[in-house]
Design a protein. Structure first.
Length: 91
């Protein structure tokens, strides 16, 4: 995924545990772990704002864009080509 999450970096800088952050933000430690490990599909702005308030940082300190590695998106050798018209250039 091209969006990297750096909550662990800010936690280390603030010398704060995941449990403490989750409690202060008002989310479960499990949901914070999903976000922290980059497995979340979305994040509410209210949650992002609360994270920034508690960690005293900007959203860009927590989230950054990284270009995708083309090797990660290539089909494995021998895989059938995609038949999705949206995968076609110019579609």
């Amino acid at each position: 995924m091209p969006i990297a999450v750096d909550i662990d970096v800010m936690l280390a800088r603030r010398k704060m545990s995941v449990g403490e952050l989750a409690e202060r933000v008002g989310i479960t430690p499990a949901n914070l772990a999903v976000l922290k490990n980059g497995r979340a599909k979305a994040v509410r702005f209210t949650t992002l704002a609360a994270l920034c308030e508690v960690l005293e940082c900007q959203p860009g300190d927590l989230l950054r864009w990284e270009p995708e590695d083309p090797a990660d998106t290539e089909a494995p050798p021998g895989a059938a080509p995609s038949e999705d018209p949206a995968d076609t250039v110019g579609a």
